[in-house]
Design a binder for this molecule. Structure first.
Ligand SMILES: Nc1nc2c(ncn2[C@@H]2O[C@H](COP(=O)(O)OP(=O)(O)OP(=O)(O)O)[C@@H](O)[C@H]2O)c(=O)[nH]1
Ligand SMILES: [Mg+2]
Length: 294
């Protein structure tokens, strides 16, 4: 049997389920997910290794109309990830119609003459009897065959994997078989903390938050001490984030700690600090400090 390998990027509008698919494929939480759009901010590699080959999946921020420097950084990250890739996966949503942004991305991919696949995610969210019509509506706009999947239940994901392997070139194993991401632990930990705010905080607040790990040190009795700064854009946001008697921050900390302990396989002491950095999303120097390098 020949060994195949290559890079596969997943692109699409925000919230279609790109990160959920990648986590499902790898079987671990590598990329954070949330019910809100614009969750993923960086391109994140997740590595799938099997007997027949190795796929390096690249999760990307959703593509949308940009409003500030952070937005532009994110969309640029998504487009940059299309360079030098073996297969592009464009993800669409069964619960929505074909949107203008879908068309913009589709046209861009078609013009790039790189191999690509089209998937329709969230098919578990619509009635079985409705699915053929939804697929048919999309096929009126898209020539290539659409692969319907559910990243949540895993339905038909195997078919997608087979399809990817069909198109992958023969190649070497780029990464050791037990390596599942190229991201350093500190990044994933910061992301896990950031994820909780998408669930617990209202309106626009999560979009103006950045998380940086300041210190990580193993202390007595196998406890990992982690000190992390959470940056917000406004003083009022700081108050909301901390909450009455520190309740909200505590809630965020408890939920994040559970994820982090699972990741590190050890007890964690999480020390969270909230800081105000005015308008960091529109300040290139601050963006860089937050880890969003252009
Ligand atoms: N029912 C259902 N929900 C899904 C499926 N895939 C993803 N979701 C949900 O859709 C929401 C968005 O998922 P994400 O994986 O964060 O979406 P994304 O495309 O990575 O979003 P951005 O990072 O913001 O671009 C989450 O609440 C997921 O649980 C699916 O197949 N079925
Ligand atoms: Mg995502």
């Amino acid at each position: 049997m020949t060994f195949k390998s290559g890079f596969v990027t997943v692109v699409g509008r925000p919230n279609v389920g790109k990160s959920t698919l990648i986590n499902h494929l790898i079987g671990e939480k590598i990329s954070i997910t949330s019910p809100r759009p614009q969750t993923t901010r960086n391109s994140i590699k997740a590595i799938y290794t099997a007997e027949r080959g190795q796929i390096i999946f690249v999760d990307t921020p959703g593509i949308y109309k940009t409003k500030n420097d952070l937005d532009r950084y994110m969309v640029n990250e998504a487009y940059k990830s299309l360079d030098g890739i073996d297969i592009i996966i464009l993800m669409l949503e069964a619960t929505k119609n074909y949107k203008k942004t879908d068309r913009v991305i589709y046209n861009q991919i078609k013009n790039s003459d790189q191999p690509f696949l089209i998937v329709l995610n969230k098919i578990d969210r619509i009635k079985k009897t409705k699915l053929p019509r939804v697929i048919n509506d999309y096929q009126m706009k898209i020539e290539e065959e659409i692969i319907p999947i559910s990243s949540k239940t895993g339905r038909n994901v195997k078919t997608l994997l087979d399809e990817i392997f069909k198109h992958l070139p023969e190649g070497p194993q780029y990464f050791p078989e037990d390596m599942i991401t190229d991201q350093i632990e500190q990044f994933i930990i910061a992301e896990m903390i950031r994820e909780k705010m998408f669930y617990l905080l209202r309106e626009e607040i999560p979009f103006g938050i950045a998380v940086l790990i300041e210190e990580m040190e193993e202390r007595n009795e196998n406890v990992m001490y982690i000190r992390s700064n959470i940056y917000v854009e406004k003083k009022s946001h700081k108050g909301i984030l901390i909450g009455k008697n520190g309740k909200m921050l505590k809630k965020i900390g408890v939920r994040a700690r559970k994820d982090i302990e699972k990741l590190l396989q050890q007890k964690v002491y999480l020390d969270l600090w909230v800081k105000v950095e005015k308008d960091w999303r529109d300040n290139k120097a601050l963006l860089r400090r937050m880890g969003y390098k252009g």
